[in-house]
Every structure is written in C-alpha cells, then in structure tokens.
Ligand binder design. Sequence first.
Ligand code: DC
Length: 218
Amino acid sequence: MKKIIAVDGPAGAGKSTVSKIVAKKLSYTYIDTGAMYRAVGLKVLTRGGNFDENFIVDTARDIDIKLDAAGKIFLDGANVTQKIRTPEVSKAASDVAKVGFVRKKLTELQREMAALGSVVMDGRDIGTQVLPNADLKIFLTASVDERARRRFEELKAKGHAAEFDTIREEIILRDKQDSQREIAPLKQAEDAILLDTTNLSIDEVVAKILELAGNVTC
Ligand code: DC
C-alpha cells in the first residue's frame, strides 16, 4: 500500500530522526521539508542576508532545490547538506518561511514529490496544508528544555560550538515565529495524533508510529 505519512511539530521534537527511521523500515521515501526552507534561507544569506520580502521573493524565484534518495540536498546544483545545518541557517529558514511566495513554491514541489505515495514527509504544515489527505498524521512535540538539549547534543556531535542557553532562546524564538506567522503556521491538524516525546526514546517513538501506520487502512 502506498501510504502517505505526515509528521509535523516544533524544532527539536525529533521529527527528522524518527521520520528517517520509519521511512527506512517501511521502504518509503523520506522528505525533509525543513531542509527545503533551509536551502532558501541559505541562498538569501549567500546573497548578502537581506531579509526584506522583495529580496526573498527575488531569491526564491528561480531557485533549484533537489533532495536525493540518500537525503542529500542540492541548492542550484551544489551539495549544501552540511551547510544548511547551522543555527544561522535555522533562523534564516524560519524568516523565509513567512513569505507566501516561498511557501507556495515549496508546497507545490512537496506535493509533486509525494504524488507517488509511499512517503514520510516531515515539517510544520504537512498535515494541515501540504498533504491534508495524508493517511496518517503525527504531531510530535517535547518540552522546550528537552528539545534544546537534543539540539545542543546534535550540534556538539557535529563539532559546532554551541551554548545551551542560546540554543534554548533560539528554539523559543523559532517556535513563536513558526506558530504565529499568518500563512500556514505550525499547528496540529485536527486529525493528527499527538505524541509527546519528552520522555520517550527514539525507538519507542518509531515503534508507536509504525504501529499506527499498520493500523491505517487506505
Ligand atoms: O525542521 P527544520 O528545523 O529544519 O525547519 C527549518 C525552518 O523551516 C523552521 O523554523 C520553519 C520552516 N519550515 C516551515 O515553515 N514549514 C515546513 N514544512 C518545514 C519547515
């Protein structure tokens, strides 16, 4: 069965980690929509970091974003998989994600990518806007402190210098910006299943989603 699984939630809730594993276990394609917003944010930064709406629209107009099966992301032909993971790009991604033109363009691309089914797509607005007919919708969340701790460990493991308090502040700011924007804000879809991962291991979250996926009939 070619199901579509939508996973939404705030930064650091574990979306990409668990979505990747769930996709692998089901032999589905994993689509990281946050990486696409990050690519637009990176391009704006590379062009001088002007976050004026007109400049963002101009930057996004002819942008070429591709995700490959191995999870690599290409911006205008260049592999930016590592470059998009810095705190600076996180903030830039959240800034460009407020712009209607960017959302429309990426939403169309995301729908095309999901058209064949057998996908796990994660983001902020997948269950509410991009794929409202998804077979299974999960809303992953966790406490701010736990999400900050995860981001801190993740950045440290990658060798990035990071301060816990700064990361925590950035997460709070991004939560606010992502959930209060006018277009497609971060919001749990009415038919999404809420999973609080604060006290759950990755394996436990994956097992729960696989169980729910097994129960979904299309
Ligand atoms: O999931 P992430 O941290 O990589 O996402 C980066 C930013 O992109 C996030 O702060 C909000 C935005 N985003 C969005 O608005 N809609 C999505 N479907 C995915 C990400």
